[in-house]
Design a protein around this ligand. Structure first.
Ligand SMILES: NC(=O)C1=CN([C@@H]2O[C@H](COP(=O)(O)OP(=O)(O)OC[C@H]3O[C@@H](n4cnc5c(N)ncnc54)[C@H](O)[C@@H]3O)[C@@H](O)[C@H]2O)C=CC1
Ligand SMILES: CC/C=C\C[C@H](O)C(=O)/C=C/C=C/C=C\C=C\[C@@H](O)C/C=C\CCC(=O)O
Length: 264
């Protein structure tokens, strides 16, 4: 699928990786619903993008993705405004080991719910036109994260769910591909959470250990994650793919043995 002329919905679009993805998709000719709980940042982001791309290419929708009604309404407003939905990026995420239930709600439950709503709209078996869904995980979804155990659990869950629903989409001939992206550290405001006790809780004492990891593994530019997103959108063979993005190896993929691959 080429993004040109397509309609995308991106959650967590007001800043960071989500904003980079929005800009890349606009560069590729897509129209987008930018979904975020932060109204101020979202409207500022739209105003800035309007100057470059025009005001009719984006729609900002304030939405807390953990609120089922708000999330469903965001999808419905998107289809009402643009007439269709082709690309969904479940990107919104938080790092909070103190309010760890919130981390599970935002990073995993809302990704699952968003995926299911997206499938309702895009699944060819439901009269949809097909499409592609990308769920944002993390390298912490593939490796242990001693200082972010619940964040890591949420991101492991994103990978397991994404690979599983991708297999179902293939078996069921949904016409929808579902993939996940696992970046290492990325230069966004999320990293500021490391320095906040209200985010790190009992792991706050280890903040310098995380910073040492960042020095060791480096910090990625959000634009590289956006490039990985476009690659998954355009590669029609990509379904159930686990894309990894690191400073050492750039964009590459997790390899799974035959036993680990779903036999469809
Ligand atoms: N920054 C990093 O090092 C990495 C980030 N990620 C993941 O990438 C995704 C994006 O993260 P960043 O851009 O770094 O974070 P960020 O904090 O810069 O941006 C996240 C955006 O999501 C929004 N958001 C948070 N909770 C929300 C909710 N309940 N409803 C609606 N919007 C909500 C925020 O308002 C914000 O605009 C997250 O899923 C994160 O876990 C993955 C690997 C590395
Ligand atoms: C507080 C920051 C919050 C979230 C940031 C992000 O989601 C995150 O957790 C990033 C983790 C980054 C880890 C970076 C490197 C990890 C390396 C080893 O654990 C695994 C080494 C290589 C695997 C990558 C590969 O090329 O296969």
């Amino acid at each position: 699928m080429y993004a040109n002329g397509k309609v995308a919905l991106v959650t967590g679009a007001a800043q960071g990786i989500g904003r980079a993805m929005v800009e890349e998709l606009l560069n590729k000719g897509a129209a987008l619903a930018m979904v975020d709980q932060n109204r101020i940042a979202g409207e500022q982001c739209k105003a800035s993008l309007d100057e470059k791309f025009g005001s009719n290419r984006t729609l900002f929708i304030q939405c807390d993705v953990t609120d089922q009604e708000q999330l469903r309404d965001a999808f419905q407003r998107t289809v009402k405004h643009f007439g269709r939905l082709d690309i969904l990026v479940n990107n919104a995420g938080v790092n909070n080991e103190k309010d760890w239930e919130k981390t599970i709600e935002v990073n995993l439950i809302s990704v699952i719910r968003g995926t299911y709503i997206g499938l309702e709209l895009m699944n060819k078996k439901n009269g949809g036109q097909g499409g592609v869904i990308i769920n944002i995980s993390s390298l912490a979804g593939l490796t242990p994260a001693a200082y972010q155990p619940v964040y890591s659990a949420s991101k492991h869950g994103v990978i397991g769910f994404t690979r599983s629903i991708a297999a179902m989409a293939s078996i069921g001939n949904y016409g929808v591909r579902v993939n996940t992206v696992c970046p290492a550290f990325v230069d966004t405001p999320l990293l500021e959470s490391i320095d906040k006790e209200e985010n790190m809780g009992e792991y706050f004492q280890y903040k310098d250990n995380i910073k040492d990891m960042m020095k060791l593994f480096g910090i990625l530019d959000p634009s590289l994650i956006a490039q990985g997103l476009v690659r998954l959108i355009e590669d029609e063979t990509a379904n159930g793919a686990v894309m990894k993005i690191t400073t050492s190896r750039g964009i590459h993929f997790e390899e799974f043995s035959a036993q680990q691959r779903t036999k469809v």
